[in-house]
Ligand binder design. Sequence first.
Ligand SMILES: *Cc1c(COP(=O)(O)O)cnc(C)c1O
Length: 497
Amino acid sequence: MIYHSTRNSALSVSSAEAIAQGISADGGLFVPASIPELTAADFEALKGLSYAERAARLFALYLTDFTDEELRECTKAAYESGSFETPDVQEITRLADGSLLLELWHGPTCAFKDMALQILPHFLTRAIRKTGTDKEVVILTATSGDTGKAALAGFQDVPGTRIMVFYPEDGVSSMQKRQMQTQEGENVCVCAVKGNFDDCQNGVKAIFTDPEMQKLLAENGMQFSSANSINWGRLVPQIVYYVSAYVTMLEKGILKEGERFNITVPTGNFGNILAAWYAKQMGVPVQHLVCASNINNVLTDFIETGIYDRNRTFHATVSPSMDILISSNLERLLYHMTGENDAQIREWFGALKSEGRYDIGTELRNRIQAEFSGAFYDDDATKKLIGKVFAENGYLSDTHTAVGICAARAYNEKAADKYPMLIASTANPYKFGAAVLEAIGGDTDADEYEILSRLQERSGMKIPKALAELKTKKVRFTGSVEQDAMAAFVRETLGIR
Ligand SMILES: *Cc1c(COP(=O)(O)O)cnc(C)c1O
């Protein structure tokens, strides 16, 4: 399998190169030249296998320059080393209304990002070796909260790597901040940015694509890579969990072979929902995809109008991992759906950069609407939903998942189709404890650890070990910088002035 850049179809790289580089030098994202298709027999063959075994088989379709043995080593290390609290890695829970929650947060940092970031370091270190460089990899990551911690946990003390994480100073939950500030490891660094997530992401992108900086790194035996969902090595593990979820639903008799279902995904950077779309292209019988947002509703507007317009107020919400105005992975969807029209992508994403907007026209918009719908919910609706689901089912939902459940319920009420609905459940509710406790009527006047105990008292749900432990961990990283000082901070930390 070869990979092209969304901004240059003539550029062809191997999967190892795509993963090692993270983002193409032309600013585009790497996409597979074709999308492998699975037959009924292929799905059948995945039954009875562990998650790690399924993942290795599916990775082999995309990461063709990795040997089966290497892939098995990677999936074993990521999914079978005890870092996930459930042996099946992911769980499917059914609510009283029949909707199905695909719980993707049983990993070490309590958010779905672990599904990909527990394996990315293993891909990346092998990819670097395959591409013939012995450079130290410097992972530079902008985070709206969950990516950063999951990346830090994945890369902690991985030989040959260093990782630097930037997060918006006032844009993450107190638990997320704690998780990052207490990160252990010799090769890690965390820094707050005075700005929002888009400021962090733009700062990181600018550092990445700065030729001066790249030269400086090369002279010092280093190279950048990315752990953000722009890296193909993060997207492909996400495709795996949708394929695996379908196989598990067949095994459990929740679906019959070939029976269609819908998927709702609480969305920010468009990575998770794009993975569901790839799974659909591969042959998972997905009928419709519902893209759920908080009041940063740029994607809802885009799906409705065909106009992507980031010129709007940024809102901090109780679902901070979706507080995003630039959804990078949309570029991959548009590249595929325009028949790999790189010139068109350059034009649109050039306009996004210079004017903050682009218009895809009605023809493509209609085709997108045939596969996707969008909906958005504010914090009030999100909290009400959490309270309602808890009252009806005794089930605690985190704030992001709650946005998804709102959208799924609205879709089911309105839509003519009656297909089962699978909702991606993206974080453990304890990770956003204050908002969740408030939503179920608890008193939130307490520190984050007292909030955990109060939530446990009311719900009976076990506090994840990784969060309970934070209380006794040393706070290591408390610094913050302005966006225009990020590059200097990187140089200083790496000692390459
Ligand atoms: C990152 C994140 C999202 C958004 O996922 P994207 O792939 O960026 O669309 C949703 N919920 C949680 C809890 C997250 O951490």
